[in-house]
Design a protein around this ligand. Structure first.
Ligand code: UD1
Length: 416
């Protein structure tokens, strides 16, 4: 079992280069099967979710070569439309393959997806949208069986602006003759990235970034080379780390607009933030005055994927703060682990009240999900003494070698 051992208390100094976004790369990999020509994805992070997606695609017949940060994907032989239980449980993003498989092979058999344990995470909005496009869907023995022999374009209104459902429906409608409209869709930057990627392949999609996306069906997509947007959540995690630990950290290859909600919050602390082109420099003296209230929201609101990390920061802030989690119902599991390090947190439903303590004290904690795991590492960086974070395979899903990145910034952290 792998773990991080952290000796806390050091400031962070140096640069971090931010890689392509996990939440872009995964849907782009799924979308790559919409063509039988070669797709090359640049700046791909070395994380286990990408490895899981490679395994899934190879199971469908793709040939994938990893060349440094490039992924070279050859889907000319994709013929299998089934994603078995074992692998689908590892990766929630396997659900995106429903849309792209249906477009490519006219059928799909996909096991119910897994991923982080942060709430119910149903897929009813995906299913309802697909049905509106004329896709026949049966749910049977843990599998979703779909057939798209009789598709039709449609005008779909999502119950919630789900990121995954928006992406799935974009991929499902790409070859359907006529105009498909998706309303109340998600506006996240990763949706814009998917639209850009699909249009590079020859699709006709517009509207991403707004709440209405319009897709004009085309006959065929072709191969392309593409570089995804930088990972805004990884960038945000290291900004919060620097704010908590103190020091000077510069992020390179980051789109500050994508994390404007976090930057706006950090600007209310004593941190100084300087933005120039694709770089953000943060200067911090460490322990901050607490932020009053943070509510997670759909983009451009405060991202749920940074909620656990900001909770770690609030744990050692001066004063009391409140976090409201509006997106996922059980995303406060990390609070009980932070409490083992001395944090003073009360949870009531979707609300957390955090009374900042002067210091956290090292101890043994358990990562229970990807972002929660990252927040425990941040807590370990400021805690007095030694912190051991266990079950770090959760962190490996979305952070490339976190111990190397933080070690290069001067932290005492090692992986065993
Ligand atoms: C994506 C991100 C994830 C992020 C989340 C919210 C990827 C690979 N993952 O996940 O990191 O935390 O967006 O920004 O991009 N919902 C339903 N029915 C559905 C679908 C969703 O009720 O059919 C609900 C979910 O339970 C949740 C909310 O909608 O409460 C948002 O979920 P969604 O946007 O779909 O998240 P994901 O696409 O799974």
């Amino acid at each position: 079992m792998k773990e991080y051992i952290i000796d806390g208390g050091l400031p962070l100094e140096g640069q971090v280069n931010i890689c392509g976004a996990k939440n872009s790369i995964l849907p782009l990999m799924a979308a790559s099967i919409l063509t039988d020509e070669i797709v090359v994805l640049h700046d791909c992070p070395d994380i286990s979710d990408v490895d899981s997606m490679i395994k899934i695609l190879e199971g469908l017949g793709s040939k994938i070569i990893k060349n440094g940060r490039d992924l070279i994907i050859d889907n000319s032989n994709v013929a299998n439309a089934q994603i078995p239980v074992g692998i689908a449980k590892e990766l929630r993003s396997s659900i995106f393959l429903l849309g792209s498989l249906l477009s490519r092979l006219k059928q799909a058999k996909v096991a119910y997806p897994g991923g982080c344990d942060i709430g119910l995470r149903p897929i009813d909005i995906h299913i309802a949208g697909l049905r509106e496009l004329g896709i026949d869907i049966q749910e049977q023995g843990g599998y979703i069986l779909c057939n798209s022999a009789n598709t039709k374009c449609g005008d779909i209104v999502l119950d919630l602006p789900s990121v995954g459902a928006t992406e799935n429906l974009m991929m499902s409608a790409v070859f359907i003759k006529g105009r498909t409209v998706i309303r109340n869709c998600a506006k996240e930057p990763e949706i814009c990235d998917l639209q850009k990627f699909l249009n590079c392949m020859g699709a006709k999609i517009k509207g991403a970034g707004s709440s209405v996306i319009v897709i004009e069906g085309v006959d065929k997509l072709h191969g392309t080379e593409y570089t995804p947007i930088p990972d805004r959540i990884v960038a945000g995690t290291y900004l919060i780390a620097a704010a908590m630990c103190g020091g000077n950290v510069e992020l390179v290859n980051v789109n500050s607009e994508h994390i404007s909600s976090l930057i706006s919050k950090l600007s209310k602390t004593t941190c100084k933030i300087y933005i120039k082109n694709d770089r953000i420099l943060i200067k911090s003296k460490g322990r901050q005055k607490s932020l009053d209230c943070i509510e997670t929201m759909y983009y451009p609101g405060f991202p749920t994927d940074l909620q656990s990390q900001i909770m770690a920061m609030q744990s050692i802030s001066k004063g009391t703060s409140v976090i409201v989690e509006n997106i996922f119902e059980t995303r406060f599991k990390t609070a009980s682990e932070l409490k083992k390090l001395g944090a003073d947190i009360t949870i009531k439903g979707r609300v957390a009240v955090i009374r900042g303590v002067k210091e956290l004290v090292g101890g043994e904690v358990l990562a229970t999900d990807l972002r929660g795991g990252a927040s425990l590492v941040l807590a370990g960086l400021v805690a007095k003494g030694q912190t051991i974070v266990k079950e770090i395979h959760h962190i490996d899903r979305g952070y490339e070698d976190m111990s190397k990145v933080l070690g290069d910034l001067g932290a005492h952290i090692r992986r065993t």
